[in-house]
Design a protein around this ligand. Structure first.
Ligand code: AMP
Ligand code: ZN
Length: 467
């Protein structure tokens, strides 16, 4: 089965292969660090984590870049109000974002890149666009004239012909309805921070940072560009215009967009005030794994309605899988073999991967695992699950957890139960088998931090509590 993704650019499911056959060069629009990000944002970032892990499970290497937008209207406004530099102001929210992402077990992209570290690169790109007659100056700011880029609208599939009036938009908060010339370089206003450059004293617009940083690290044509659906227009349309006007080459081969996390029929968003941060939800006693599970359980191109009942159901689903894992670890199964059951396991593994391969159908992949767990539990109850069936069952759980990563309990404050410790030890053993030694070491360290000492013996892992 080929790996297929729905490409917003072609509006079709397409077979995916990285351009060089080995390494997927991928760019993700990261957060604007003017505040804590909310779990709606994390739905998009969690989808990207499932994408990363599915690509890795397929054997591809990853070169994934995520930007941090650390200069923008709201940041400037808030930093000025707080009497801080923009660096001081953004540092706290950048750290909070990284901490929250780690709690949700989002793999770190290969590179995080900051807009304010790339001002010179952006200035050069804008100069290149000026040389090619794609820009004009007005009141000291430089704008991209979208009428000079005829394919404008190809990503959002909107025909703007005759509708490009040349009206300008100079703020970072963009209107989603009409196409307007967008700002590349904003002239400095009194009291605002600015950089002295050949374009004048000022700062870059939001769109140029992504085109420039994507191409700097990943090349002129990248494999995958991702973000939430609200970025299709105008942000990604503008990224394409800037990049392709500059290079004459296709900017990104695949565009993948995640649908929104909703609350009672509306997009979760800062401006509507209907949002929860990760911290809000952890404070209510839910685990990061339950939130992660909820965010990824619905395929990314479907809207997902956030409810606390949904979160409770996610926690119950994880428990069911952990209980199965504990049975595998603790129960003594009869000797002998049951070839039919091994076949059943192989079929579940295939269905699991087939689900993910089909445009990351996480619901299908999860169904394959849960149906298997139900059948395997029934076989265990009937005494038909043999010790020879355990390796395949463990491999299935390991394959599942390599992508979903919810079986290992987050080490909470306070004492761990024996079964919690055993689940962690099992997760460590599986990580070692999967040659994920970093994860295995992390689990050992987490346990040690909780006063649990592991000893690897020839009969398996023993553990004791430090007195
Ligand atoms: P921002 O910091 O606003 O640029 O958002 C960061 C990412 O979160 C972008 O990819 C957005 O498209 C995405 N996003 C914002 N709100 C939601 C939501 N309610 N559900 C899913 N993704 C979202
Ligand atoms: Zn972007």
């Amino acid at each position: 089965m080929p790996l297929r993704f729905y490409n917003t650019l072609t509006q079709q499911l397409e077979d995916f292969q990285p351009l060089d056959g080995k390494t997927v060069r991928m760019y993700t629009c990261g957060p604007t660090v003017y505040h804590y990000v909310h779990i709606g944002n994390f739905r998009t970032f969690s989808f990207q984590d499932i994408l990363r892990r599915t690509l890795a499970a397929r054997g591809f290497a990853l070169d994934h870049v995520m930007n941090i937008t650390d200069v923008e209207d709201k940041i400037i406004r808030n930093a000025m109000a707080a009497g801080q530099t923009i660096n001081e102001y953004t540092a706290q929210y950048t750290k909070a974002f990284m901490d929250d992402a780690a709690q949700l077990r989002l793999q770190r992209p290969e590179r995080f890149v900051f807009a304010t570290d790339h001002i010179d690169d952006m200035v050069s790109a804008i100069q290149g666009l000026a040389q090619r007659q794609h820009t004009y100056l007005s009141d000291g700011s430089t704008y991209f004239r979208i009428a000079t880029f005829p394919p404008y609208g190809k990503l959002s599939h909107t025909n703007f012909t005759g509708n490009i009036a040349g009206a300008r938009v100079e703020v970072d908060e963009y209107d989603k309805d009409d196409a307007r010339d967008f700002v590349l370089w904003k002239a400095q206003k009194p009291g605002e921070p600015g950089w002295e450059t050949p374009l004048g004293s000022g700062r870059p617009g939001w769109h140029i940072e992504c085109s420039v940083m994507a191409m700097k690290y990943l090349g002129e044509t990248i494999d995958i560009h991702t973000g939430g659906v609200d970025l299709v227009f105008p942000h990604h349309e503008n990224e394409i215009a800037q990049a392709e006007a500059l290079t004459g080459k296709p900017f990104a081969r695949f565009w993948l967009h995640a649908e929104h996390l909703m609350v009672e029929g509306q997009k979760m968003s800062k401006s509507l005030g209907n949002f929860f941060t990760l911290r809000d939800i952890l404070d209510k006693g839910y685990s990061p794994e339950a939130i992660r599970y909820l965010l990824v359980s619905v395929p990314y191109r479907k809207q997902l309605n956030f409810t606390f009942d949904g979160l409770k159901a996610a926690a119950t689903s994880i428990d069911r899988l952990r209980n199965f894992q504990l049975r595998l670890l603790n129960e003594r199964f009869p000797a002998g073999s049951n070839a039919a059951l091994d076949q059943r396991t192989a079929q579940a593994l295939e269905a699991f991967h087939a689900g993910l391969d089909e445009d990351l159908n996480t619901a299908g992949a999860l169904a394959a695992v849960f149906e298997y767990v139900r059948d395997a539990n029934t076989a265990m109850d009937a005494g038909q699950f043999t010790s020879a069936n355990t390796p395949a069952a463990r491999s299935l759980l390991a394959a599942f957890d390599a992508v979903f990563d919810v079986l290992r309990p987050t080490v909470a404050e306070g004492a761990l139960s024996d079964s919690g410790i055993e689940a962690l030890i099992l997760a460590r053993t599986q990580a070692k088998k999967a040659r994920d030694f970093a994860k295995a070491d992390q689990i050992r360290q987490d346990l040690l931090d909780q006063g649990i000492v592991l000893e690897d013996t020839k009969d398996g892992v023993r553990w004791k509590r430090k007195s």
